[in-house]
Design a protein around this ligand. Sequence first.
Ligand code: NAD
Ligand code: MN
Length: 504
Amino acid sequence: MDTVRRYSMFIDGDWADADERLEIRSPATGELVASVAKGSREHADRAIAAAKAAHDDGRWRGTSPSERAVVLDAIADRLGERIDELAVLEAQENGAPVRQAGAFQIGFSIAHLRYFAGQARTYAFERTGPLLQVPTLASGLVRREPIGVCAAIVPWNFPLLLAMWKIGPALAAGNTIVVKPDEHTPLTLLEFARIAGECGLPPGVLNVVPGEGPVVGARLASHPDVRKIAFTGSTAVGREIMRMAAGNVKRLTLELGGKGPNIVLDDADLDLAADGTLFGCLMNQGQACESGTRIIVADAIHDKFVERLIERISTISIGDPLDPATDLGPVISAEARDRILRYIESGRAEGATLAYGGGRPAGPQFERGYWVEPTIFTDVRNDMTIAREEIFGPVLAVIRAESTAEAVRIANDSEYGLSAGVWSTDNQRALDVARQLEAGTVWVNDWHMVNAAYPFGGYKQSGLGRELGPHALDEYTEEKFVHLDLSGRLDRRAYPLLLSTPPA
Ligand code: NAD
Ligand code: MN
């Protein structure tokens, strides 16, 4: 490759280098894309100190919300100007097909940042509460104030977008933040930091420290000066972060794994449902926490639906993520590929029927990089490993349901509860099912449509708190009640005689 980019870390508005470096390689080819300074515990400490100094001197929380909105909008504009280039960078670092990276990884990041800029303008940072005494002798204010130094730890599947869900509300509310990208995917976040600096975000307000989870991530999660931590990733690491955060009672937002049930009712439009099911499960090679991976199909249409799924999955084009015609790219790493293939093996061993795929695609273009065929299992029971554990790969598990009630029961029989979906031509019926599902998001006749104006997050072990939506800034603010007495008298308090006695 002719252009190996070199990146440093972004700390206190400046680029900081390190002796140790991360090699960023394309998961499609193994080629070296970039070399990035690898942060240590000391770098995390420096970034936290910079964020704390920026918080303490008020250089950001002291600005008005509308000034902050102007800066966030300027960053969104600049991201928009560079969307094509950033989509290519994302495709290079994590293997997402470039068409999808432009729309989803980068496009949604821009749209969602704009939403947070809007939130800065409209959020009730200070409002009056009910009168405390009538006639008005006392009144109350409710303020929403920044928490202080926030930290974000994000995964590799949607590196910029999932960081934006944390950076956006944190900065809109006036906090400062340290972000740790995943080891595989720091590039778009470092470009974001560059753009933020160019757009006038003051030094120290946003810091990006690439590095290993157990080193930089663990330091952020346990540091006493970090007051809030937001994490997206595996449930196992989320649990660990919760433990570390307990040390100084950090505020916490967690977006963890999922095993999204996708219910196809007997009156579904089967063409729509088949394409939607494939989109719901295969987008980003199945590497999305909100993927619909358990396909729960009404008995009456099961065979016809499976036939349609197989017909359609065979038209998916697998290959070079930089080709706009590509639907499915590589998975993130050799470990991920091997883990997915082991899950496929377990499906076979536990008695599911392999109906499509199941291996590595054949051909010279797949000799390097990490590839898994899109795969369909049928005759899956909900107690099989492939129905219980998050595979994080392009593997659909089709489960048969005798009735709608059984479909709902199977759907809710999971420790996860991030996303779910229903396919039906009867909206009332679909809504009736949606109301019964234990999931933070339910899509009816669609999938993956995460909307910045609506909350996103999980039931059960899929997480804690919500990102996005009109209350997103609540998770990045402390609520304060100010009582203002207007009477000059305290004669109904505990010391009535003393205080109501007129001066001699
Ligand atoms: P992970 O949870 O290991 O990594 C996510 C982030 O946490 C990365 O930045 C990583 O460096 C960091 N991290 C890892 N160990 C840490 C520690 N001890 N302390 C602090 N930070 C730490 O996820 P992964 O291994 O990259 O992906 C594997 C699984 O994670 C997937 O199978 C899936 O279950 C889940 N996942 C979920 C999402 C999601 O969007 N909810 C995204 C990616 C991965
Ligand atoms: Mn990991």
